[in-house]
Design a protein around this ligand. Structure first.
Ligand code: ATP
Ligand code: MG
Length: 260
């Protein structure tokens, strides 16, 4: 499976200026979901985590996903990233039907096309920042150098530090470098600042924003912090497993200017 159509996106020349109003419809669709439902069954108990989600995600956009606890945000993100399958409905990635894909294709999709960032960084403590990123770049078909990925998240000077020698925000930025070093089409972040204080969270979000802007990675961020909506091209609100509100921002606020 190819992650990108045509040749690789090359940074500033091809990416639009993300601080200007962006008609997203002009960008190609990356994901197209129709009537996604996810029902978890545990014994007699059924939980409807997604209850008919119709949504598209476009190349290069930054989307913030808001909603109360239990509204289905992580479920949706995990399905987009090929970590889970819906109970019914369809999900296409660049025209590939992921809901019909076999395990081999799904594994390729996860490995080559998607970068995940979670609340907890899951770095390997006995490896340096550079080595943590290199673990991924060694198996990717067209990776950045670990150094390049770490520079992108502002950690050029800390490459040979072990996780225990880095702050929480720095560790999360290593996790982001690891997620994007394989040049995924899509970066999926599930509460990436959930364990961080505001100032540290800002440095992490700036790294995500920069990657979205410079590499053109479609980025979806789950958060409980409504202030982050202003940094997005588009904001989706989930409630009870459905998208109940969608908002387009004509202009994105730089992370530094967000009011927390
Ligand atoms: N593996 C699972 N087995 C059973 N129920 C699950 C499972 N995963 C999620 N659920 C249920 O599905 C619903 C949606 O969960 P999900 O994790 O998507 O919510 P969320 O919006 O990410 O919440 P939070 O903000 O607390 O992370 C919840 O009621 C949850 O308990
Ligand atoms: Mg969640």
């Amino acid at each position: 499976m190819r992650c990108r159509m045509g040749h690789r996106v090359r940074v500033q020349e091809t990416m639009p200026d993300r601080t200007k109003p962006q008609p997203q419809q002009q960008q190609p669709l990356v994901f197209e979901a129709h009537d996604l439902r996810k029902v978890y069954r545990t014994g007699e108990v059924e939980v409807v985590a997604l209850n008919g989600v119709d949504v598209g995600f476009y190349k290069g956009e930054l989307v913030v996903l808001l909603g109360p606890s239990g509204s289905g945000k992580s479920t949706l993100l995990n399905i987009l990233g090929g970590l889970d399958l819906p109970s019914s409905g369809t999900l296409q990635y660049r025209g590939w039907d992921l809901t019909q894909a076999d395990e081999r294709v799904l594994t390729q999709f996860r490995r080559n096309c998607v970068g995940f960032v979670f609340q907890f960084y899951n770095l390997i403590p006995s490896l340096t920042a550079r080595e943590n990123v290199a673990l991924i770049t060694e198996v990717a078909p067209d990776p950045m150098k670990p150094e390049e990925a770490l520079e992108l998240v502002g950690l050029g000077a800390r490459m040979d530090h072990f996780p225990s020698q880095l702050s929480g925000g720095e560790q999360q930025r290593v996790a982001i470098a690891r997620a994007i070093a394989k040049r995924p089409e899509v970066l999926l972040c599930d509460e990436p600042t959930g364990a961080l204080d505001v100032n540290t969270g800002i440095t992490v979000l700036e790294a995500v924003e920069r990657i979205n802007r410079e590499v053109g990675t479609l980025t979806v961020i789950i958060t409980h912090n409504a202030a982050m909506a202003e940094m997005a091209d588009r904001v989706l609100h989930l409630s009870d497993g459905q998208i109940v509100k969608e908002r387009h921002n004509d202009v994105r606020q730089p992370v530094r200017d967000l009011v927390w």
